[in-house]
Design a protein around this ligand. Sequence first.
Ligand code: FES
Ligand code: FES
Length: 141
Amino acid sequence: VGGARAYHERVVDHYENPRNVGSFKDDDPSVGTGLVGAPACGDVMKLQIRVDESTGKITDACFKTFGCGSAIASSSVATEWVKGKQMEEVLTIKNTEIAKHLSLPPVKLHCSMLAEDAIKAAVKNYEAKKAKLGQNGEEKA
Ligand code: FES
Ligand code: FES
């Protein structure tokens, strides 16, 4: 078990069986939604995170992608990588890491960029919602 071969098969599996396809309710204050589009091809990706307010940890993630297979596989990997991590931590996920993980060719790099952008947008959306609801415990004067 394990080793390079098993690893490769798991990656291929993201194309055939994307993980975490779905939606969370956007009006849920524990949910952050990132919606991004790729100007190059018009594909759109929605990635959502569910955050535990007390710890800042991402407990769940899902996506819906209207795009190519590489964009769908990139979203699938992104949702797996963000689960169980802190929000600050997922902001450091680079599209090049996702592309490398999936062995994407250079022409498909922008597809993985959608995933990086969607993660950042989801965190930003969660933070903005939280600030608006005044749940950050620091009342702005
Ligand atoms: Fe699923 Fe690596 S094979 S994230
Ligand atoms: Fe545009 Fe893949 S071709 S996201």
